[in-house]
Design a binder for this molecule. Structure first.
Ligand code: TYM
Length: 336
């Protein structure tokens, strides 16, 4: 895909179901970027192995994720859409970068520390070197922009460090320094519906809206979202649970609907029940078509296999060039 366009890489782990956070943090950017950039988007199936998923589930998870990406508007003709495990060059670059990654810095990564706290019985080396594999995913295509949500910012900083370290050690600017990217402005963090933390694939199911939730379940979750008794005085600062609702509404509702509720908040006439009803209906209208399309696509396994194969071919062509250059710089070129 030598097109002269800027190179973009991003991936999603094949664990759990895609949710609104994944959509607004990542996929919405993918769709907007697919025309104007040279895009490599992938299913991070190796990354999912850190938590030892049941082998029976892996294929279904990968196919579902592919189907959900396409149903959301990603066009596999325009981008390389592939599985990480179909590109062995990523594993090779991971090995090479591991020589430049230090135990101390990896142990300090907040996501690693969280995992140590959450699953002390399974602190494996794959977990420790997770950011190195992620850097390999990105650097293997020499990407410049990486559309991700706010939670991945730290990992991108590590990718920049590894790129720089490699370039400095081997005396050539092989890797550009990639940046976390979001269209428009700041990186996105979609909050959970109960006001604690962010929407997430595995935690807090009733507070997370998944792209395959039924209409009924979407309504139920939104109506249970946490609110309070309303603003105590005009101009009272908005508590986080309420600003979160507005943020969700801004993502899926018409701007004048959002404005009306904002005005109602300001003049203390807001009724959260009405606001949640509106949000629930707009959410259903947003999610239902993606869910239905993804369910239909998931049945077409030959089509999904074809996409994976084509995507892997495009990705390997780009990755092979990078690896050839990396090996030569390191001195692994015995036959020339
Ligand atoms: P993962 O699978 O946890 O999430 C996929 C994408 O969704 C974003 N995201 C969110 N954005 C906003 N609000 C939320 N509540 C929210 N939850 C998740 C994530 O920021 C991410 O963009 N390590 C990565 C996968 C990965 C990757 C890569 C990404 C592997 N290699 C290379 C970019 C480039 C992860 O676990 O994402």
């Amino acid at each position: 895909m030598a097109t002269g366009k800027e190179i973009v890489v991003s991936g999603i782990r094949s664990t759990g179901f895609l949710h609104l956070g994944n959509y607004f943090g990542a996929i919405r950017n993918y769709i907007r970027m697919q025309e104007d950039y040279n895009c490599y988007f992938f299913v991070a199936d190796w990354h999912s192995l850190t938590t030892h998923p049941d082998p029976k589930d892996l294929r279904g998870n990968v196919f579902r994720l592919l189907a959900e990406n396409i149903a959301s508007g990603l066009d596999p003709e325009k981008v390389a859409l592939y599985a990480q495990s179909d590109v062995p060059e990523i594993a090779e670059l991971y090995l090479l970068l591991n020589m430049l990654a230090y135990k101390g810095e990896l142990e300090k990564v907040p996501t690693f520390k969280d995992k140590v706290r959450l699953q002390p019985q399974n602190v494996n080396a794959g977990l420790l070197t997770y950011p190195v594999l992620m850097s390999a995913d990105i650097l293997v295509h020499r990407a410049i922009k990486v559309p991700v949500g706010k939670d991945q910012e730290q990992h991108l900083e590590m990718a920049r460090n590894f790129a720089q370290r490699f370039n400095t050690r081997y005396g050539e600017e092989l890797f550009p320094e990639p940046i976390a990217f979001n269209f428009g402005d700041n990186l996105v963090r979609i909050p959970s519906l109960d006001g604690t933390g962010k929407m997430s694939k595995s935690e807090n199911e009733m507070a997370t809206l998944y792209l395959n939730d039924t209409d009924e379940l979407i309504r139920k979750k939104v109506m249970k979202a946490k609110t309070d008794s309303g603003p105590a005085e005009p101009g009272a600062p908005m508590p986080e649970t309420i600003s979160n609702l507005f943020l969700l509404m801004q993502s899926v509702s018409a701007p004048d609907a959002v404005d009306n509720f904002r005005l109602a908040y300001e003049n203390q006439s807001i009724r959260y029940g009405d606001m949640k009803k509106q949000l629930a209906e707009d959410m259903v209208a947003f999610i239902a078509p993606i869910r239905e399309k993804a369910q239909a696509l998931q049945q077409d396994v030959p089509y999904l296999r074809r996409i994976l194969k084509d995507g892997a071919e495009k990705a390997r062509a780009s990755a092979a060039q990078t690896l050839q250059a990396a090996r030569a710089l390191i001195g692994i070129n015995y036959y020339q």
